[in-house]
Write a protein that binds this ligand. Sequence first.
Ligand SMILES: Cc1cc2nc3c(=O)[nH]c(=O)nc-3n(C[C@H](O)[C@H](O)[C@H](O)COP(=O)(O)OP(=O)(O)OC[C@H]3O[C@@H](n4cnc5c(N)ncnc54)[C@H](O)[C@@H]3O)c2cc1C
Length: 517
Amino acid sequence: MRREEMVRNIRERQQPWDIAVIGGGATGMGVAVDAAARGLGVVLLEAHDFGKGTSSRSTKLVHGGVRYLEQGNIPLVMSALKERGLMRQNAPHLVHDLAFIVPNYSWWEAPFYGIGLKLYDLLAGKYGFGASRLLSKEETLELLPALEPNELRGGVVYYDGQFDDARLLIHLAMTAADHGATLVNYCPATGLTRDADGYVNGVTARDEETGEELTIPARMVVNATGVFTDSIRQMADPAAEPLMVTSQGIHLVFDRSFLKGDTALMVPKTSDGRVLFVIPWHGHAVAGTTDTPVDAPSLEPRPLEEEIEFVLETASRFFVRPPSRKDVLAVFVGLRPLVKGEGKTSALSRDHLIHVDTSGLLTITGGKWTTYRHMAEDTVDHAITLGKLADVECTTKNLRIHGYVEDSAALGSLEVYGSDAEAIRTLAKDPVLAMQLHPALPYIAAEVVWAAREEMARTVEDVLARHTRALFLHAEAAIAMAEPVARLLAAELGRDEAWIKNQVKEFGALAEQYRVV
Ligand SMILES: Cc1cc2nc3c(=O)[nH]c(=O)nc-3n(C[C@H](O)[C@H](O)[C@H](O)COP(=O)(O)OP(=O)(O)OC[C@H]3O[C@@H](n4cnc5c(N)ncnc54)[C@H](O)[C@@H]3O)c2cc1C
């Protein structure tokens, strides 16, 4: 993907696009993949870097949602379990099975959770990941040796999926581009254009790198801006009633030694009634999450002290070695785009919503990462009808995602790149590019060059937060990596010494928010 070519595509296009998508998170990128794979002309605009919003800040689970089972939302669980199966089938280099243990410290927990998880297996049907079963205390400790053994009676093991969210997003962008989509980052939609009857017939946008104003005519405009959904709807109709509420969730990242082994912990009911996960991820342990209502959406939400304390305190109850503040290597925060409803944010539905404003603006929101493909199919089906577009069937159920390889484990630390790993290895034949950027993390200089040349990374933050996951795994190490990364990027993008200095400074300030002191 080359950014200059993408912007040129927009400038030189002679006819209206079939679909213009606003928002480059999982939802918008899913729509771009679906539309491009059907042969439609699609352009996607992202205000920042692809995945900067919620889609790089999830718990990294590809799951049906055991929690939604308890809420009785069987259709959502079934649909998500099916999507889980399709995600693993289409992106096996990024979606893996993971065993989860629900530990039992009371007599009633084993039969209670055992039956619930059998139902979970059943609902997955042919898309199942493995059968859940009851475990003795010894078996439980064998799988999760870090668990507090005192008063432990046993556990239940069940299987779900896990992934790298930002990496899947980048590979979805590359899939869309492989099918002819035009995608531009750092290009916010600034307004909507209308025809003589007042219907939305395009988008205006600003290229943040050059300041150029772009006018982009389109038969359908899809609003896929997550927690920013209402701000785009209000561009079409300033009086539009808000559809969304927002809640934030935090995750704390620790050294892997807190979670010996490859099995995750699932606590079905914390003191605030939520589920808490502690999962192995990229050689670390990730614990989360919370559900705290927030008033106004922002791109860099901050953790609250009480959220940090809550995750630490809950995790401490289950581990022999309780984690403390000084063990936190990083904290990251995401905002849930939730469709308004009754009750607490944790009880709001995770179903998606398609909404058409009287202006013809098509909004897709809610849902979850796991259901992005289904959400996209639904959206493009609606866009085809409303925009009178060529009626082509959805092809994404069996569409391989960019990077697809079956045996990705053989690729070692470059596993997440899938079929691109070989090209990165070739770059790393140059000893300068084979250099590891920090001893605490596996990333090498060639990955930075690759991100700039092929994945449209533009800033130090893009590289350290999403193209690699350094910032999310170890904030201090990421800060130390900023200067070498800035120099590598500057050489690729033709930037000067002042740019390097500024990037290092900006990234340092941002990364401080990912540290817990
Ligand atoms: C804490 C937490 C944990 C979660 N864990 C999981 C999980 O484990 N599994 C799961 O399946 N789901 C999970 N989810 C849900 C999932 O992450 C979200 O449903 C999904 O990422 C939402 O994607 P999105 O594309 O709708 O929003 P976003 O990813 O936020 O994308 C919206 C994009 O729109 C862009 N934008 C805004 N305004 C403009 C504009 N004017 N012009 C252009 N672009 C604009 C933003 O920059 C942003 O990148 C979790 C969510 C949270 C908050």
